[in-house]
Design a protein around this ligand. Sequence first.
Ligand code: NZQ
Ligand code: ZN
Length: 387
Amino acid sequence: MNEFTYTYPVKQYFGEKAAAKNLPAELEKVGKVVMLAYGGGSVKKTGIFDEMVSILQAAGKEIVEFSGIMSNPTYAKAQEGAALAKEKGVDFILAVGGGSVSDCCKIVAAQARYEQDIWEMEYTDHKIPAEHIPMGVVVTASGTGSEQNNGAVITNEEKMLKAPLWGAFADFAVLDPAYTLTVPMKQVISGAFDTLSHAMETYFGRPSEITISDEISEAVMRNVIRNMREVIADSESISARSELMWSSAMAENGILKIGKVTDFQGHMIEHQVGAYTDCNHGQGLAVIHPVLYRLIYKEDLKKFARFAVEVWKVDPTDKTEEEIALAGIEALADFIKEVNLPTTFADMGISLDADTRRKIAESTVITGGCCKKLTPQDIEKILEECR
Ligand code: NZQ
Ligand code: ZN
């Protein structure tokens, strides 16, 4: 295991009615002007918006609404939010939504404290913002685990990049599994697959030798697989929703990453596909993962074989290590089909011509944690196979 420092700043309020039970006390600690940030309007249909407004009003807060945060939030949207927060003198941001709302607000919170453009600060000056407007997240769709960390994935339309930016850590996350009951099943499954991907991308990081972090990862992966099946069988299952919500948090609260350099090569490819197509994140990952793993597994054969046995229950009897490893990847591919996730970009309604595939490959970040250091040509090949 590598050396590490672990500290964790996000307080978790998990359970049904968690917002009503815990927000009033949290709001007592913050200033009067609260930005209520949300997405395209699902919160209005579900009643969560009205609930937040009444909690904020009861706490005597002045509400500044910031709405219309889109899936795959853009840098322009984050800048719009930061300008609004500055103009209205926002003291606290309450982000209510899925990963997109949470990610956007992390950057709004940080950018509002700086005159310098945050993209320039991070990518040109290589500095991380040290200040931000305090914020809290009320999760309405789980999967990304965005509420657990200070990384945001933002689409910079001008630069044609979907890339990580560091912003605010939330002071707290409200995780009420009942809020997720209204999320369309397609999104529930793509969100849950995102969680599975986060665990896999950490598991196959370095060092490859099995660690306590990896053994916890295996438990998270098995849990996600089991509860994806459970939620498909019974969409009202609050127990499956609860497990998926906390697994999502577990995959991104840093615990699985302790002592490891993560891989996240699949994510880097998917993010650039997203920059060019605005596609759904979890679905993109489902298409990319089996193809990526078939290309790299030989570089980390022992770990892929263990993944097959521990996560997918592949019977190793009379099989070589390579056969076991491959059977695990095929079990992953079969599961993707079983839960009705797409297996090609065409299934997602995406068509990438050769020129676009080359541009995506050339702009994809190559990660240091992947067992095989990919080249842009490897990525082009992956994209071609994903068609
Ligand atoms: O926008 P509204 O109308 O709210 O609808 C949303 C959206 O259409 C809907 N939704 C959310 N809660 C709902 C609901 N519909 C009904 N009932 C509810 N309770 O769900 C749709 C998807 O929401 P979105 O937030 O876009 O999805 P997700 O949570 O999957 O977030 C995706 C974004 O997170 C990034 C992705 O790249 C993508 O941009 N990621 C962030 C990460 C992080 N910060 O740690 C890690 C991930 O790897 C990921 O890259
Ligand atoms: Zn993800």
